[in-house]
Every structure is written in structure tokens, then in C-alpha cells.
Design a binder for this molecule. Structure first.
Ligand code: GTP
Ligand code: MG
Length: 325
């Protein structure tokens, strides 16, 4: 690891916000040093990672704001990751969040980071998880990850969370849409926001009926009602998060999730690192020569790939690449 990066990690651990922000940028861009940084911060800190997702405009950001206020009142340090998988830019929604969260800007113990889909979706899910880890290592007690929308990418991102809250609103068809999108599978807590509007009792009943059909697994998914704009129902929400954290600890379910997460993380990093080394060797004579023959059509891509994995010397040579890229 470069000295500057090591220094950044040390500074971040001491609570320096600028160092934290720089490390986040490095990790978001998936720089070659990401693996070393993540390895260096392993096991540092202990935060509850909470995911908040749901359809656009459900009030997730407003809820997050009220939640942050409440958590700060309890003396907990809060990290926030606002992820927008649909936009390659730091777009409108995220900008809106920034403005909304302004009252927390002067609070040293709140750190807000926005991430957008610059690279692949898989890359975004990993960047989100790593950014959440950095926040944990910097001493946050709670890290909240908000995603916009209801697609596969949101589901992937939500996998990083210990507890997932799915936010719905009393609008026709919303429940059905959410179910189709697979939100029922990932929800640990349902929040019916905009409970000041008509139809919120109905959607709550609908959800509870649907949840009854699930086989019992030790955690009864609560359906809570909130009015985020008036900070109503926030105490109950925090209480539900704490109960779920207790459940994860006492049931062993948290440990199982952790093991499964570490497994897929390890495999993903391994693929990444090997991929980097291949990229690094592309300009090299031996792999380059094979690539050249593929490009000319002299060998078919499948055959060439199989030839490569059968060539131990070439494989070893590739794996010995520095892996910059
Ligand atoms: N009536 C009512 N309006 C609300 C409530 N919560 C949020 N809103 C309004 O709903 C709109 C959307 O709120 P956001 O917090 O931006 O929703 P979001 O889910 O973060 O939106 P995206 O990030 O764009 O998906 C805003 O105009 C809020 O003021 C609520 O409890 N009741
Ligand atoms: Mg939002």
C-alpha cells in the first residue's frame, strides 16, 4: 500500500473527515488499492448497517432525515450512503437529498455520501458496501444506505445491510408492484409512510395478510406507519431496528448472514483481482500474441481461452502481474 494511502487510513481512524472522503473516492472508483484499504480496515468499528429502499417518491429521504435526527438525539453517530443505481450522474434525487440533509451538515457525527451508477451495477453494490464499511471503521454507530427505485440493482445493494426497511406508500398497486419486484423477500421491516393519506390502513392490512402466508422463521416482520414529514412513528421505527439487531445476535441469523456475505465477497474480490491481472497482462507479449490471433480470427475465442487455461506457464505468468489497472 502506498504511504499516502496508509496515512489516509490512519487519519480516517482518528476521525478525520477529509481522509474518510478521500478513501471513499478511491473505493468508489474501484482503484487498484481498494483491496488493500478494505483489508486494512477489516474488523474496525461496529455499526448496524440499515438499508432503506422502496419505490421513488415514497419518502425514503424524508424518513432518513427524521431518523438521523432521532438517532443523533440518542447520541448515536450516523453515516449515510445515498445510492442512485439508475443514474450515471450524481443526479437530481441525490442533490435533493443533499439539500434536505443540510441541517445535519454542521454535525461532525453525521457523514453523508452519495453514490451513482458510474460503473457496472455489481460494481456499485460493492462500492456501496465498501463505503458503508469505511463509515463503520470511522466510528459510526449506524450506517444507513438508501437506494432509489425498485429493481435488481436495489436488491443487490440491500444485501449489504443487516436490516432492511422497505418503505411503501398508500397508493394503488404499490404493494403488488413491490411484491413483484422481490421486496417481500428482502424486507425485515415494512414502513407505510405518508400515513396521513387515505388508504394507509388498507395497505397495512394487505401487507400483514401477505406476511401471514410466509413460513414463520423467528422474526415477525412488523408493518409500521410513519408520517416522515412530521417525524411521526420514528421512535417505533428505531425501536424495530434495535429489536431486529437483537434478533440477529440472539438467533444466530446475523452470523449466518455474515458468513454468506463474506463468502460471496471473497469470491467477488478473487474474480476482480484475477481480472485485474489479466488486464495487466494484455499488452504483454505472450497473452498479447494469443489476443492478436483471436482478433485476426485465426483462433476462435473459446478455443483460445481454453488454450490459455491449459497453459500453466502462461497462467502463472498472468497471475504474477502487479494487477494495476
Ligand atoms: N403527505 C406526506 N408527504 C410526505 C411524507 N413523507 C415524505 N413526503 C413527501 O413526499 C415527497 C417525496 O419525498 P422523498 O423523501 O424525496 O422521497 P424518496 O423516497 O426519497 O424519493 P426518491 O429518492 O426520489 O425515490 C416529498 O415531497 C416529501 O415532502 C409523509 O409522511 N406524508
Ligand atoms: Mg430519496
Amino acid at each position: 500500500m502506498r504511504t499516502t494511502t496508509r496515512e489516509l487510513v490512519e487519519k480516517m481512524k482518528r476521525g478525520e473527515r477529509l481522509a474518510l472522503a478521500k478513501l471513499m473516492t478511491l473505493v468508489e472508483n474501484r482503484e487498484a488499492e481498494t483491496a488493500e484499504v478494505m483489508s486494512a480496515i477489516h474488523g474496525i468499528g461496529s455499526a448496524s448497517i440499515i438499508g432503506i429502499t422502496g419505490p421513488p417518491g415514497a419518502g425514503k429521504s424524508t424518513l432518513l432525515d427524521a431518523l438521523t435526527e432521532k438517532l443523533r438525539g440518542l447520541g448515536r453517530k450516523v453515516g449515510i450512503v445515498a445510492v442512485d443505481p439508475s443514474s450515471p450522474f450524481s443526479g437530481g434525487a441525490v442533490l435533493g437529498d443533499r439539500i434536505r440533509m443540510q441541517k445535519h451538515f454542521l454535525d461532525e457525527d453525521v457523514f453523508i455520501r452519495s453514490l451513482s451508477a458510474r460503473g457496472s451495477v455489481g460494481g456499485l453494490a460493492r462500492a456501496s458496501r465498501d463505503v458503508a464499511r469505511l463509515l463503520e471503521a470511522s466510528g459510526k454507530d449506524v450506517v444507513i444506505v438508501e437506494t432509489v427505485g425498485v429493481g435488481q440493482s436495489e436488491l443487490d445493494i440491500m444485501r449489504l445491510a443487516d436490516t432492511v426497511a422497505v418503505v411503501l406508500v398508500p397508493e394503488a398497486g404499490d404493494t403488488v408492484q413491490a411484491m413483484k419486484a422481490g421486496l417481500l423477500e428482502i424486507a425485515d421491516i415494512f414502513v407505510v409512510n405518508k400515513a396521513d393519506r387515505d388508504g394507509s390502513a388498507k395497505i397495512k392490512t394487505e401487507l400483514e395478510q401477505m406476511l401471514h402466508l410466509r413460513p414463520p422463521d423467528g422474526w415477525d416482520i412488523p408493518v409500521l406507519m410513519t408520517v416522515a414529514t412530521d417525524a411521526k412513528g420514528i421512535d417505533e421505527l428505531v425501536e424495530a431496528f434495535d429489536r431486529h439487531a437483537d434478533y440477529l445476535r440472539s438467533s444466530g441469523s446475523g452470523a449466518r448472514r455474515g458468513a454468506a456475505g463474506r463468502r460471496s465477497e471473497f469470491l467477488a474480490v478473487l474474480r476482480d483481482e484475477i481480472g485485474r491481472r489479466i488486464e495487466g497482462a494484455l499488452t504483454d507479449e505472450r497473452l498479447g500474441g494469443l489476443l492478436d490471433r483471436v482478433q485476426k480470427g485465426d483462433v476462435d475465442p473459446y478455443g483460445a481461452a481454453l488454450e490459455l487455461v491449459g497453459d500453466r506457464a502462461l497462467l502463472e505468468h498472468i497471475l504474477a502481474q502487479p494487477g494495476e489497472g
